[in-house]
Design a protein around this ligand. Structure first.
Ligand code: NAG
Ligand code: NAG
Ligand code: NAG
Length: 367
């Protein structure tokens, strides 16, 4: 063979192996539990809820310009997680079943499912003000039936192997923090509690749900802390100079200060589970402080919404809108733009370790 052919061949080999590397599937499946940050359309299936986004201009930058139910101009963090592990986005659970809890075909769950529901929280009472939502508890009930079906179909040990290598993302808690005062209306049991006692209840409930997920087969958890929700346009809209709402931010900090020791304790008790915690509070503050560096000219105002900082919900077809969706940190009064959500997941996967510990997602996957 002529030298040039060998050269060509080796280029080809390198090219193909690189292609292979880029598309390599890193985990068998991605299971997602959460709220509107990761909802990819479950709430479309709920009849009595205001927490929906299946209308334009949501999805204006999504492939096909389709409003899917994502609270974003384009893809959201659930899509970027899937992209990073080389899988298609996990479909909304309710799109895969004929009715909640009734599974027709377990095969459709082999690469994961998304149980997230906009406005939902860790507590059953969180989000009630929007109408029907799927609280974390129920999301995990739904996973329990998936787990049961897959064990039947694949055999218990093959199903357990699949779950053990898969990632289970928990992107929930922001609504519990933001609406914890409202939740008092619906839940008399937390009426007389101090903020710290309410936080303790939220965290105890989260711990209970993580243990349930473990019992149903989960081993690798991605746990996202409460964000600096006081800095979303909805809360800035009421503050002088559009500052962050520090009362709400302090609740996020209180929540996060409880989550990390809870996870450490859980790990010390359950040896074969592992987790990575994401300090989304610190990451958002960093994006705000270094907005220009990340390409964001505007970090206070939403791209789409009403009133001060376009912070009055929600983003409707007729709402005032920004001209450049890529230079805004926030899409609507509550949710980051696609551009920002992509950056959030890049940091989650690759570190630095002050934001994602004890592992980055990449390291967790490799365990
Ligand atoms: C179940 O779903 C898989 C993939 O979605 C499909 O290939 C298969 O034919 C389905 N099986 C039945 C019995 O519907
Ligand atoms: C939350 O709702 C679930 C499902 O309806 C129920 O089983 C559970 O007991 C509730 N939790 C609390 C603390 O009320
Ligand atoms: C929109 O913003 C992005 C990110 O800052 C920038 O790269 C791009 O040039 C802007 N587009 C226009 C048309 O100004």
């Amino acid at each position: 063979m002529a030298n040039s052919n060998i050269l060509l061949l080796s280029f080809l080999v390198i090219f193909l192996s690189r292609l292979n590397f880029l598309e390599a599937q890193l985990v068998p499946a991605v299971f997602i539990f959460g709220d509107s940050i990761t909802d990819v359309g479950n709430n479309n299936y709920l009849k009595n809820t205001f927490a929906k986004a299946n209308f334009t201009p949501n999805g204006i930058d999504f492939p096909g310009m389709i409003p899917t139910g994502r609270f974003c101009n384009g893809k959201n963090v659930a899509d970027f997680v899937a992209e990073r592990v080389g899988l298609p986005s996990s479909p909304p659970y309710l799109s895969l079943v004929s009715r909640p809890g009734k599974i027709n075909n377990a095969t459709s769950f082999l690469t994961g499912a998304n149980f997230a529901s906009a406005a939902a929280g860790i507590l059953n009472s969180t989000g009630f003000i929007f109408g029907e939502v799927i609280p974390l508890w129920t999301q995990i009930d739904y996973f329990a039936t998936v787990s049961e079906e897959l064990k039947q179909q694949l055999g218990p040990s093959a199903a357990q192997k699949l779950f053990a290598k898969s990632i289970f993302m928990m992107a929930i808690g922001n609504n519990d923090v933001m609406f914890s005062t409202l939740a008092l209306l619906a839940d008399p049991s937390i009426k007389n509690k101090t903020p710290q006692q309410r936080m303790d209840l939220i965290l105890a409930t989260l711990e209970e749900q993580l243990r349930r997920l473990y019992d149903y087969g989960a081993r690798k958890f991605l746990v996202i802390g409460a964000s600096a929700v006081g800095c979303c346009p909805f809360l800035r809209a009421w503050e002088k100079g559009g500052e962050c709402n520090e009362v709400v931010n302090s609740l996020s900090i209180m929540y996060n200060e409880g989550v990390t020791p809870m996870l450490r304790k859980l790990k010390s008790e359950i040896k074969d589970m592992s987790y990575t915690y994401y300090d989304s509070y610190g990451v958002l503050q960093n994006l705000i402080q270094n907005a220009k560096h990340y390409g964001f000219d505007e970090f206070k105002a939403a791209c789409c919404g009403q009133g001060n900082y376009r912070g009055i919900p929600t983003c409707f077809q007729i709402s005032p809108r920004c001209s450049n969706r890529s230079d805004h940190l926030f899409w609507d009064p509550f949710h980051p733009t696609e551009a920002a959500q992509r950056i959030l997941i890049d940091i989650f996967f690759d570190g630095p370790s002050k934001y994602t510990f004890p592992f980055s997602v990449h390291q967790l996957i490799a365990l």
